[in-house]
Structures are given as C-alpha cells and as structure tokens.
Design a protein around this ligand. Structure first.
Ligand code: ADP
Ligand code: ASP
Ligand code: MG
Length: 406
C-alpha cells in the first residue's frame, strides 16, 4: 500500500466525460490498495476565460480580486470529480486550498507556498476517503485567497506530495511525458525517459510549460520524484529526478521556446554608476521579473539598455520605464512585442565545448538574426523574431541530433 498523489491538468478534465475518465483512473489506483490524494486544475480554457473577464473589467484589476476570480476555475472541477467518484460508490471529498489549508505568502497571482497543514488530509485518508484538492490556490495569513501563477496546479501537487512524503507523485497531462521539445510543434520530438531536476528547471523556466517551474524547485528541494504521464493511456512517462551519470553523456537534452516575453529598450542612458539600479528597482518593487538584459558599449557618455519582461507585465513595466527615462534624461523608450526566446538545454554542456557555436551557425544558416544572447552552465538562449520560432526550434532539434527515428 502506497500514498499516491496524482495531478490532472486542464486538458485531462476538459469535459464531463474526461472527468469521468479521471474518476475511473483514480478509483483504479484506490482499488489497488493505495491512499490517494488528487489535485486538479480548472477545465481546459477556463482560467484563460476568467483572466480575460478580469482584463475586460478594468485595465489594472485588483490583485486580491483577480485571485478570487481565477481560483474559481478549480472549484468547479474538484466538485465535479468528487461527485463522479461518489456516484461510483467511493468515499470522496473536495477541498479548496484554503480549506486544507495551504498557507502562502501574500504575493497575489504568484504566491509561494509556506506551509501545508496535513492534519485534515491524514484524517480523511485514515477513513478511506479519496481527497480531491483544488490546484493553483492557497490562502495567506489574513485569510485572502492566493494563486500560484499559470500552471500552478503542478506546484500544488508536488508540494502536497512533499508534505505527505508521498511514495508517488504523478502529473497527468495530455502528452505522455517530457519530450526533447514541444511535441505539438515538432512531431519528431523524442520522449525523455528520465531528466534531471536542473535540466527540467531550465526547460520549465525557458518555456516548456509541461511543468510549472516552482513545482520542479519543490521537487528538487524535497527530493520528490515526479512522474509526468498521459491521462489517456497507461504508458510509462518521464521521471524527473536527481542527476545520474548517464545524463551527462547527452550534450543537449532539450530545446525550449518562449513567446511570452516582450523586449523593452531605453536609449541614450547616461553611463553613470547607479543608473541600472534606478531603472530596475521600480520594476523589482512592482514584482516584475526582468529576464535578459544587455547594455551596449557607451558612446559619448551614453548607452542603450535592452531587457525582456513577461508579456503580461509589459504595459506596467513601460509605465515605470517611461517615468525613469524622463527622470534620468534618457533619449527614449521603445518596445517590441513580437520576439521569441529559443533555448538549448543540457547538463552535458558543462563538459563539452562548441555547443553555442553550433546553435549560432544553425540559426545563421537559416538567415535568422540573433538579437540577444544569454548563457548559463547548462543552457544557451537567443532572442529572435517571433515569426521564426518554429523554424528555429525545428532546425536546432535536428542539428543536435534530437529527431526521433520514427
Ligand atoms: P496541463 O493542462 O495538463 O497542465 P499543459 O498544457 O500545462 O498541460 O502542459 C502540457 C503541454 O506542454 C503539452 O500539451 C505540450 O504541448 C507542452 N510542452 C511544451 N514543451 C514540452 C516538452 N518539452 N515536453 C512535453 N510537453 C511540452
Ligand atoms: N488553472 C491554472 C492555469 O490554467 C492552473 C493550472 O492549470 O495548473 O494556469
Ligand atoms: Mg500545466
């Protein structure tokens, strides 16, 4: 008998029939003699619909109310799944994040889990109850509903698995594992049998939305092995786990892309100590994460600075940057909302040279211009024009020998 945590994503609970399918899978796991805690997302498309409603209502919706609104999607699915299991004769009970409670900080729409009270869960499990917990949401010290950012149900699942020291943490989705790149974009992508936390962290933070980055951070910290698999078949998926020696022999494990960032440039910035801090401090204070930054060589005491921010924060960031530009006497500000970040990832890069060069050559052969570059020990990222995203991913996938031989 094991304690199994299963998470079902939006596409797996997208219709009443699909929820019934999930109920059957959960029941099968329970019948095999396991304790089962299930985390579910909102029905596919529902969170997008709620976000759009908030944005239709006002330009800068209140962060507290935004969380109350978007958390509603998961409330629907926990109840439906629970009803389905109850009608099959199982003892099931749904819980909102605030009812467990899953305690978080008060950073609305990007809250971090601080602590999970496992008392209720353990009591219910002891009574043979299957728990259905709403993903993506928690509650702060003041009782306010908080949410964890898009894709946050993955984090709910891994955090609950860690808190309960579960034997298994399965993330069920609409693909049967983690692939060398998005299998929807590149049909030749190959399924990865096992991937290290470090590589998965990079893949997730660089755009592979199959797992939310925070979920991988949690898994790494608490040593939770994640099994990513399909809710539509019984095939083994991908294990996300500690690095082993075999993993180092692969040069590039995966390719990720991200079209969710915009580029902001600020021109003619006085080249003086403290200017970068003046530009970026207001963004940091507003909780806007700045990703890539480049500063040009200064000419006549002035320089240009370019950086990227999440698309959803661009409007807000521009407001701050235009204010700062005036204050520091910069020449102007511009932005570009049609860029993409293409990244190659692999722990093998630590011990092999020439990988970045292959990337640059491959892109140049296709006539794709590189606008920004950033590197770390196990990744290289390039900003290119968004219209070349698919082409870039495909040619790099081939250049690094990742195409499956189907
Ligand atoms: P869920 O609704 O189950 O949370 P998501 O849409 O968040 O599902 O994540 C699954 C999707 O992630 C897949 O449909 C796939 O298109 C996308 N994806 C992007 N990169 C990868 C990758 N490297 N491997 C697998 N899936 C990927
Ligand atoms: N429903 C939320 C979203 O769409 C959380 C999740 O699906 O993980 O982002
Ligand atoms: Mg997801």
């Amino acid at each position: 008998m094991a304690l199994v945590v299963q998470k079902y994503g939006g596409t797996s609970v997208g219709t009443v029939e699909k929820i019934r399918n999930v109920a059957r899978r959960v029941a099968k796991t329970f019948d095999a003699g396991n304790d089962v805690v299930v985390i579910v997302s909102a029905m596919a498309g529902e969170t997008n619909r709620l976000v759009a409603l908030a944005n239709d209502m006002c330009e800068f919706p209140s962060e507290r109310e935004y969380d109350v609104l978007v958390a509603a999607g998961e409330q629907v699915t926990i109840a439906l799944l629970s009803m389905s299991l109850l009608s099959m004769g199982y003892n099931a009970k749904s819980y909102l994040g605030s009812q467990i409670p899953i305690y978080t900080d008060n950073a609305h729409s990007r809250a971090r889990i601080k602590n999970i009270d496992d008392k209720k869960i353990r009591e219910d499990l002891k009574n043979g109850t299957i728990l259905i917990v709403a993903g993506f949401q928690g509650v702060d010290d003041q009782g306010n509903v908080t949410t964890f950012g898009r894709g946050g149900s993955d984090t709910s699942a891994v955090a609950i698995a860690a808190a309960l020291e579960a034997d298994v943490c399965e993330i069920y989705t609409d693909v049967d594992g983690v692939y060398t790149t998005d299998p929807r974009m590149v049909p030749q992508a190959s399924k990865i049998e096992k991937i290290s936390y470090e590589e998965m962290l990079e893949m997730a933070s660089l755009g592979a939305k199959v797992l939310q980055i925070r979920s991988v951070e949690f898994a790494k910290k608490y040593n939770v092995v994640i099994h990513v698999r399909s809710s539509f078949d019984d095939r083994t998926g991908t294990l996300v786990m500690k690095e082993d020696q075999e993993m180092e022999t692969v040069l590039v494990s995966g390719i990720a892309y991200n079209k969710d960032e915009d580029k902001i440039s600020i021109f003619g910035v006085p080249d003086q100590p403290g200017i970068a801090a003046q530009i970026f401090t207001p963004l940091g204070e507003a909780g806007i994460t700045v990703d890539m930054i480049i500063q040009n060589v200064s000419r006549d005491g002035k320089t240009d600075m370019t950086f990227t921010v999440p698309k959803s924060d661009c409007k807000k960031a521009l407001r701050f940057i235009e204010e700062v530009a005036l204050k520091i006497g910069a020449d102007g500000v511009s932005h570009d909302n049609s860029i993409a970040k293409i990244s190659i990832i692999g722990v093998g890069m630590r011990s092999h040279a020439g990988i970045a060069q292959t990337m640059f050559e491959t892109l140049s052969t296709e006539g794709i211009n590189i606008e920004m570059i950033s590197t770390s020990e196990i990744k290289v990222s390039c900003i290119i024009a968004a219209k070349y995203t698919e082409l870039a991913v495909r040619v790099l996938h081939e250049a690094f020998g990742l195409d499956s031989r189907k």
